[in-house]
Design a binder for this molecule. Structure first.
Ligand code: ADP
Length: 463
């Protein structure tokens, strides 16, 4: 299931919460006010209709021909319909449309001599009917009130409450946004700082503000944890560096002694010669292990100086290939530069860059009978340097592991190559990362291994 962001969830919760609450409040208000308004209006209408019925009765007693005028003036004054029924017949003045609103049930009750009232809702229109009997002349007076003005008021109320609910929801969402920002920002800062530290920026710390106690605590604890970790790393690195350093002098003495012995090789017995060869081979491994460890420990402790320079990439690459090949007395691999790549600038430490290229060419020589070519191409704003060989390649499951410290892969075991410490590619990756680049391994066009270094291209002249 796709996980939604905390920010979005908080925002939706606040917005929805505000909407539900304001809608509930609006509905309660609407129905409450509706009941109250109708009840009030009915009270007034009821009183009015009794007065009107009394007027009808006195007109019927005194001058019945005046009834029509009376009904007309009442209707004009109250905006209602007054209907009069005598001997079960509606008087001519009664409005035929309005008579339909007077139900048989109310007529029956009034005929029986009960004053009655009834509220009807016909197609959303609220109608209030009051029936008053005048038994002396066998007449019933009905008055039909249409509560149109009330409906209009209620519609306005509904509109105002709806708009209020929407505005409240919007305010709720804005409040949610504000709270979310305050709550999530420290988390984002912690995760950003943690990612930077994981990328090697060990001096990264959180800015501790005194605004919120919890956030301040989080920042202080995080910084304390990072400081302790860094101290520990430095202690370990210093220890490794000291050990490697201490091993260097006895190793040099051993190597000198071994080379003296080597000069007297012919004087040794065959068994002695064999032992000397073994000693020389192991000494060489030991020496390169100590050198690699020392370099790694220095770089971990931040003691190895990183001298970043803006240099012309192809020119530096050519020099590095030449020196790498010369170093091991190997034949120089060809440099293939994709058309359109015109010696861009990159920012690197020259010495470390040379070590990276030497190491990759050396590995290609050791595991794949030499590099076929170094191919340079441009990938967007970046420069890709591919060191390709035609050897056994590296299987997908080992492509990440080969960059781990002390990892020795299948190629090393298959070939029974004793020399090698498993530190070379780990150092290479550290160096490339220090340049702000990446290194990955894939398959070369020849089917062997392709080590691809990607470096950002920088602008400007190296003065
Ligand atoms: P080492 O060479 O000392 O073993 P590295 O870190 O240089 O250590 O290399 C790690 C492993 O990666 C090697 O043991 C080997 O299995 C594999 N590897 C490196 N380069 C190549 C290559 N060009 N072709 C095949 N395998 C390689």
């Amino acid at each position: 299931m796709r996980r939604r962001s905390l920010r979005l969830r908080l925002l939706v919760t606040f917005g929805l919460g505000a909407f539900v609450l304001s809608s509930m409040f609006a509905s309660l208000t609407y129905f409450g006010v509706q009941r109250l308004l109708i009840a009030n209006q009915q009270q007034t209408d009821l009183r009015q209709s009794y007065v009107n019925a009394a007027l009808v009765r006195s007109t019927l007693y005194t001058s019945p021909p005046q009834l029509a005028n009376l009904l007309a003036s009442i209707q004009k004054a109250t905006a209602s319909f007054v209907l009069v029924q005598t001997h079960h017949q509606w008087l001519a003045r009664s409005n035929p449309a309005a008579t339909k609103d007077v139900s048989a049930a109310i007529i029956k009750l009034v005929n029986e001599g009960h004053a009655t009232e009834q509220t009807l809702n016909i197609n959303g229109e609220i109608i209030f009917v009051v029936g008053v009997p005048i038994p002396a002349v066998e007449t019933q007076v009905f008055e039909v009130f249409r509560l149109n003005s009330l409906e209009h008021t209620l519609q306005i109320l509904l509109f105002v409450l709806g708009a209020g609910a929407l505005i409240t929801s919007f305010i709720g969402m804005s409040g949610g946004l504000w709270v979310t920002r305050r709550a999530v920002r420290p988390l984002e800062e912690v995760s950003r700082a943690a990612a930077q530290i994981a990328d090697g920026a060990l001096t990264t710390r959180l800015a501790v503000t005194r605004a919120d106690r919890e956030v301040q605590q989080l920042g202080e604890s995080f910084n304390e944890m990072v400081s302790q970790l860094v101290q520990r790393l430095e202690r370990d690195a210093r220890f490794a560096s000291d050990v490697s350093h201490e091993l260097r002098s006895p190793l040099t003495t051993l190597a000198t002694t071994a080379s003296v012995l080597q000069q007297h090789r012919p004087d040794l017995s065959p068994a002695g010669q064999e032992s000397l060869d073994l000693l020389l081979a192991d000494l060489s491994i030991f020496q390169s292990l100590v050198e690699d460890l020392l370099e790694m420990a220095r770089s971990d402790a931040g003691a190895a100086p990183l001298v970043m320079e803006t240099v012309r990439a192809i020119e530096l690459l050519r020099q590095s290939v030449r020196s790498a090949a010369g170093h091991q007395a190997l034949s120089e691999p060809t440099l293939e530069i994709e058309p359109g790549v015109d010696d861009p600038f990159v920012k690197v430490d020259r010495r470390r860059f040379e070590r990276v290229i030497t190491n990759l060419i050396d590995n290609a020589h050791r595991y794949a009978d030499g590099a076929v070519a170094l191919r340079v191409s441009r990938v967007g704003e970046q420069l890709a340097i591919n060191v390709d060989d035609a050897g056994p390649g590296i299987t997908p499951d080992e492509r990440e592991q080969v960059f781990e410290r002390f990892f020795r892969g299948r190629a090393a075991n298959d070939r029974g190559i004793a020399r090698g410490t498993g530190l070379g590619l780990a150092l290479v990756r550290d160096h490339v990362r220090a340049f702000g680049g990446t290194i990955t391994v894939a398959t070369s066009p020849e089917g062997g291994a392709r080590f691809q270094i990607v470096l950002p291209i920088v602008e400007g002249d190296p003065e």
